[in-house]
Design a protein around this ligand. Structure first.
Ligand SMILES: CC(C)(COP(=O)(O)OP(=O)(O)OC[C@H]1O[C@@H](n2cnc3c(N)ncnc32)[C@H](O)[C@@H]1OP(=O)(O)O)[C@@H](O)C(=O)NCCC(=O)NCCS
Length: 138
């Protein structure tokens, strides 16, 4: 498994939609409610692509060979008094790849990049009692 920082979603919309859909239908609290249609997913990832192009956001993907098995995003605060701050969004690991440390590796990679680009504060919201709420304590 390898983690990569991705600077464009071009050519990746389909696998990213598949990952998001897998997580939504496994009950994840990632900002969508079921039933969900393809247009919502496509427009979400297009929005992410635009933010990457503008430098407002970073996207990190976990690969098992050619397959995307996980992702996390870092939204960089654009407010003048928030240049030290980033928001962690959409930490997701495909149901087939869970329990193998993928999310820990994604978070650790993302934290190292955050530090390198000068961020000193990362914020996020999560649902109390979710698996993710305990792993964010590491
Ligand atoms: C939350 C999620 C990202 C965890 O991904 P993962 O790759 O399976 O997690 P890891 O294998 O890296 O495990 C990290 C830690 O989380 C905990 N954990 C992971 N899966 C767990 C489970 N099913 N039950 C209890 N604890 C679990 C463990 O404490 C683990 O630490 P350990 O090494 O001490 O065992 C994954 O379950 C997921 O994508 N869920 C749906 C999306 C979601 O809820 N995202 C968070 C939104 S805020």
């Amino acid at each position: 498994m390898v983690i990569k920082e991705i600077t464009s979603t071009v050519g990746l919309i389909d696998p990213l939609e598949a990952l998001l859909l897998n997580c939504i239908y496994s009950g994840a609290s990632v900002g969508f409610v079921t039933p969900i249609n393809d247009e919502e997913l496509t427009s979400y990832w297009k929005f992410v692509g635009q933010e990457l192009d503008k430098g407002y956001r970073k996207l990190f993907l976990a690969y098992d060979g050619e397959n995307i098995i996980g992702s996390v995003q870092l939204s960089i605060c654009s407010k003048p008094n928030g240049s030290h701050r980033g928001e962690v969004e959409k930490l997701m690991v495909h149901t087939n790849a869970r329990g193998k440390g993928v999310s820990k590796k994604l978070m650790s990679f993302m934290e190292k990049v955050s530090f390198k680009i000068g961020l000193s504060l990362l914020v996020l919201d999560t649902r109390l009692g979710d698996v993710a709420s305990s792993l964010y304590l590491y």
